[in-house]
Design a protein around this ligand. Structure first.
Ligand code: NOJ
Length: 748
């Protein structure tokens, strides 16, 4: 035995002893490549394949029943990772079973959907994105990681970075909305938040970018449905947020359920091997979505499980979530020459490297400290951060006659199905967030805030979907005695999230009918909304005096809503997704193409032969980037540092933004660019920069952006990613309708 081998054996022995006893002494192991190479040198094919296998512990159910007994599989040494098991004790028990049965003492990796918080729940991702605040996104992910890591979780299946232009798709709640630029920035920030500076740190976890790719473009907004699109659209609009996470150093990726142009992502070599691992140089590992390999059979892409396993592994997939196909068929596929040893080794190596990065070989129980778990969960500073995020995510859609903010002297009737709700308020995919207890309802939030209880009353009136009318009269009576009515309404939390697509995106049940009754009382009516998708609010926007979009604001939601209604928080959120007038306009998004017959609206001299609806305006109800404040802002003095941008040059855009109202307030200043003529047509405008800034009452701030030719690139007629010389228009303002405009030319 040479010295090197002996040393390795000793190192492994130390790790083994540690693993069994969970001692606290520091174990020094070899550098990653060396360690993993030597470990793999000792592994049998079966042991390597086991690393590629993930089973669910079903602690949380996030997919169809698997029928597998995960503990038995662990005992047989068949498992590399477990999902849906949480808390230090339970994950420790499972790990103990694993280490007692793993010949080489290879620790399990525990994955879980930590989407917008683990215990302390932040606003749903779509809401958090409405903050347009990258710090908020990073901090929310940091807090989620700290709590999850303290609770035995090593790996989150987030961020979800699917661009979507279709509010029927329930999963829009989990993502950053419709825009590629905003979505990419948010995706980057979220990965940095989850993974921190080092995965070795005990408050960080592996992130997983999902769902690769174009899952948000499911036809007709129906979950899991087919996607077909040009490579140009895919690369320009849907892929950049994924690429942004690779740039942020994301550790893992998840393939999507959908097919793209006839090829399910789980078996898509072009997507996984060529683009992700090749072009982008992704070094982490790729997990399927839940039974994604098996689903290639009903897709009509694989003839049986063995074939599906071959397609997935050769496409570049490294880990099989729940489906057990890799476990059952990889060795057979190897023996029959359908997959190679190199493919198995590559997948195994990537997974072992992730375990190494987390420090699991040094101490497989380093995330299993009950004291740390207790001290970390629901920390005061985490709750404060969640409150701040909820405040920043509120979008004020309407505020006639400044009915908001409310005054403490006013008598206010709070009504509506979500007025005392602690369950829905934290939204879907809320991990282990406490739905009754820690979550602050609107009623609680208001009660903390208003000491004179004669000024407030709380009555549900109606339910979310149920059409019972028994409680309407009591609520109307209270409302009739008030100066202002606040109706807290919206959706059930599970109306959005996975498998929650809808054809109707109106306020559910008889909520609108109840609003009409309230309006008849002749008092100002404020509608506070909790929902996970853009809703169709045509009637509400005409008939309500004010509308506050609160999304599902999380654990501290009730406090945030109270603070916003009473003006302690001045709303500063902007919509990350277009709100249509009606579902018939979907898909609707701001960066559409112009067409050859663009409709100019009511003043268009040609009304018939135009790209328009005959029964609706083309325009959305509330456009992307829109959101009001209790103050007002005016924009002026738009300046470009040059009218001619050279290929290596930079262009500075500056604008003066004045707070012209009566409150200090934050504004999201947005920069849009239009490429006037291209070798392929370009969108009417595209977001290229934003800056959220506090502007004091009466103050004027000059906001600067910088553009370079790189920001103007797109896939030209030859599918080259280039900026084409020619004319550009620049728009700056407080929404995607920004009309302050200037022009420049990109010269050769
Ligand atoms: C299915 C979902 O599509 C995915 O987002 C999630 O991470 C997995 N199930 C695991 O729960």
């Amino acid at each position: 035995m040479n010295k090197r081998t002996l040393l390795l054996l000793l190192a492994c022995t130390t790790v083994t002893v540690y693993a069994q006893k969970g001692k606290k002494s520091k174990v020094v192991i070899k550098p990653r490549t060396e360690f993993v190479t030597e470990l793999m040198g000792k592994m049998t094919v079966d042991e390597k394949i086991a690393q590629l296998v993930q089973f669910t512990a079903d602690g949380t159910v996030t997919g169809p029943k698997s029928g597998s007994n995960f503990i038995n599989e662990i005992k047989k040494g068949n498992v590399g990772s477990i999902l849906n098991a949480t808390n230090v004790q339970y994950t420790r028990q499972i790990q103990e079973v694993n280490l007692a049965n793993s010949r080489l003492k290879i620790p399990l990796l525990f994955g879980y959907d930590v989407i917008h918080g683990y215990r302390t729940i932040f606003p749903i991702t779509l809401g958090e994105t409405a903050s347009w605040d990258l710090n908020i996104a990073r901090i929310a992910s940091e807090v989620a990681a700290a709590e999850a890591a303290a609770s035995g979780v090593h790996w989150t299946f987030a961020p979800m970075v699917d661009i979507s232009r279709d509010p029927r798709w329930g999963r829009v709640s989990e993502g950053a909305g419709e825009d590629t630029y905003l979505g990419s920035k948010m995706a980057f920030a979220r990965v940095k938040g989850f993974q921190g500076n080092s995965l070795k740190d005990l408050n960080t976890i592996l992130a997983c970018t999902k769902h690769f790719a174009a899952y948000g473009a499911a036809e007709a907004g129906r979950d899991y449905n087919t996607v077909d699109m040009s490579e140009r659209l895919l690369r320009e609009t849907y892929l950049p947020p994924f690429k942004a996470t690779v740039d942020a150093g994301v550790a893992t990726f998840m393939t999507s359920f959908n097919e793209i142009a006839g090829v399910p992502s789980t078996g898509n070599k072009w997507l996984v091997n060529n683009i992700l691992k090749g072009e982008w140089g992704f070094k982490g590992f790729v997990v399927t979505d839940y039974t994604g390999i098996n689903e290639m059979i009903p897709h009509g892409y694989a003839k049986d499980e063995q074939h599906a396993g071959e397609l997935a592994l050769t496409a570049g997939v490294d880990m099989d979530m729940v489906g057990a196909v890799f476990l059952k068929y990889t060795k057979k596929n190897l023996e029959e020459g359908k997959v190679t040893q190199a493919e198995i080794d590559d997948a195994c190596r990537r997974i072992l490297e992730a375990k190494y990065d987390l420090g699991l070989f040094e101490d497989p129980y380093r995330y299993n400290d009950a004291k740390r778990e207790k001290e970390t969960i629901y920390k005061k500073e985490f709750l404060d951060a969640a409150l701040n995020a909820a405040n920043k995510s509120m979008v004020l859609l309407k505020n006639s006659n400044n009915v908001l903010p409310l005054k403490k002297e006013q008598k206010v009737a709070f009504v509506g199905p979500l007025v005392s709700d602690e369950y829905n308020i934290i939204g879907s995919w809320a991990a282990t967030g406490d739905r009754n207890g820690y979550a602050v309802s609107v009623q609680e939030g208001i009660n903390k805030f208003i000491t004179d209880k004669s000024k407030v009353s709380f009555n549900k009136g109606v339910e979310i979907k149920d059409t019972k009318r028994d409680n309407i009269q009591a609520a109307l009576k209270a409302a009739a005695n008030a100066d202002v009515i606040v109706a807290v309404m919206g959706e059930f939390e599970n109306q959005t999230g996975e498998a929650a697509s809808q054809v109707d995106i109106n306020l559910p049940g008889i909520q609108k009918e109840f609003l009409a009754e309230l309006k008849k009382l002749g008092k100002p009516v404020v509608l506070v909304l909790m929902n996970g998708r853009p809703l169709t609010l045509g009637w509400e926007s005409e008939n309500m005096d004010a509308i506050l979009e609160a999304w599902f604001p999380g654990t501290m939601g009730g406090d945030a809503i109270a603070q916003t209604l009473y003006g302690v928080n001045n709303p500063s959120g902007k919509l990350p997704m277009t709100f249509p007038r009606s579902v018939g306009q979907v898909p609707i998004y701001y960066n559409h193409k112009n067409t050859g017959r663009p409709y100019l609206g009511a003043s268009d001299p040609e009304q018939k032969y135009k790209s328009r609806y005959t029964d609706s305006d083309n325009s959305p109800l509330y456009e992307f980037g829109y959101g009001l404040s209790y103050t007002t802002f005016s924009y002026g003095n738009l300046k470009l540092s040059t009218q001619k941008l050279s290929p290596n040059g930079k262009l500075k855009v500056s604008v003066d933004v004045k707070n012209t109202g009566n409150f200090d307030g934050e504004e999201v200043v947005q920069l849009y660019v239009k490429d006037v003529v291209g070798s392929v047509t370009r969108p009417v405008r595209e977001l290229k920069g934003f800056n959220k800034t506090l502007i004091k009452k009466g103050e004027t701030k000059t906001i600067e952006f910088e553009l370079s030719p790189d920001d103007l690139r797109f896939y030209n007629i030859d599918m080259k990613f280039v900026a084409e010389p020619g004319d550009f228009e620049v728009f700056v303002g407080g929404s995607s309708n920004a009309d302050l405009k200037s022009t420049f030319e990109l010269v050769k």
